[in-house]
Write a protein that binds this ligand. Sequence first.
Ligand code: NAD
Ligand code: DAU
Length: 339
Amino acid sequence: MKIIVTGGAGFIGSNFVFYMLKKHPDYRIICLDKLTYAGNLSTLKGVLDNENFRFVKADICDRNAVYNLFEEEKPDMVVNFAAESHVDRSIENPEVFLQTNILGTAVLMDACRKYGIKRYHQVSTDEVYGDLPLDRPDLFFTENTPIHTSSPYSSSKAGADLLVLAYHRTYGLPVSISRCSNNYGPYHFPEKLIPLMIANALNDKPLPVYGKGENVRDWLYVEDHCKAIDLIIHNGRVGEVYNIGGHNEMTNIDIVKLICKHLGKPESLITYVADRKGHDMRYAIDPTKIHNELGWLPETMFKDGIKKTIDWYLNNREWWETIISGEYQNYYEKMYGNR
Ligand code: NAD
Ligand code: DAU
């Protein structure tokens, strides 16, 4: 089996590459990644010498580069993680989100149509469903919840999802889509809540909590997400959407306080800053379908996953310190300087 994994130098994509090379030692995994600010070749250094792995630096929007790779490799499957993934950046500059997340998805699927494919899998997000109110804990996102997006990021992901389903209906492309809740774990880029708070706390810097910190996210350890995708691409039904999440809802402020506690840092570092525009209140996934059809259940409890994650950041300081010492400083100043 040959699988092209796009965005494999990013957070979830790299964890998926590691998981697949270990779980299926006879598979060939080809990582196609543009290495944007969020992609990091050093993340993949442990597998670059693996004879079943190949890294190709390319943009999923570059039709020639994508077609050439398909021509050469004739993949059986494509798993598309490549995306602009940060909501705050999408609020500042939507265009690149439309480019990569929608047009890039179309280019990949055109290549699948041209060269033939057993499965095209689109890694989507629970954010396409919009948000849920805080005072209705009985409500959850199911696969039938209407698409109702809030940010340019989530709108671009929803646009891509609709296109994927349209390619299935119109051209019969064998597709599947997964919509997962918030992931956490190793190699998470330090612009996102959990790694940002860990890095800032370790540097005794303020911990910027948006609004009142009452927004709720449904956290899943990244390896559980990878296992779910592995199940879907092999056993999931073509043309279907699968929600992925582990019923692990937490407010942002509770997460930040937990990180302070684990690191022995004072809560006085917490600083409430201006809220995100259009900030979604609550995400909560109903994972009944993937559980009933594919037997998937999350395996890592949050208390264990967060400890593993914090330990990883403590033991891999070079990885994130290199990132936050570069261009990231300009980003941080722009986003948080006058907040
Ligand atoms: P990330 O930002 O860490 O990584 C994205 C990767 O895509 C990077 O390696 C980047 O270089 C690459 N990339 C970006 N534009 C590209 C392009 N035009 N061509 C080729 N490569 C390109 O993202 P992530 O958090 O790992 O998310 C991966 C996928 O999972 C995204 O599609 C995202 O929407 C989805 N998702 C993320 C989460 C989460 O909690 N992080 C949850 C659900 C779904
Ligand atoms: O739900 C899945 C989505 O989760 C993915 O589709 C996105 O790619 C991923 O980035 C993530 O989106 P969020 O917006 O939920 O994640 P983020 O880490 O940016 O923020 C989590 C919460 O923390 C959110 O309510 C905003 C808040 N926050 C975030 C940052 C970066 C803060 O309070 N302070 C911060 O500095």
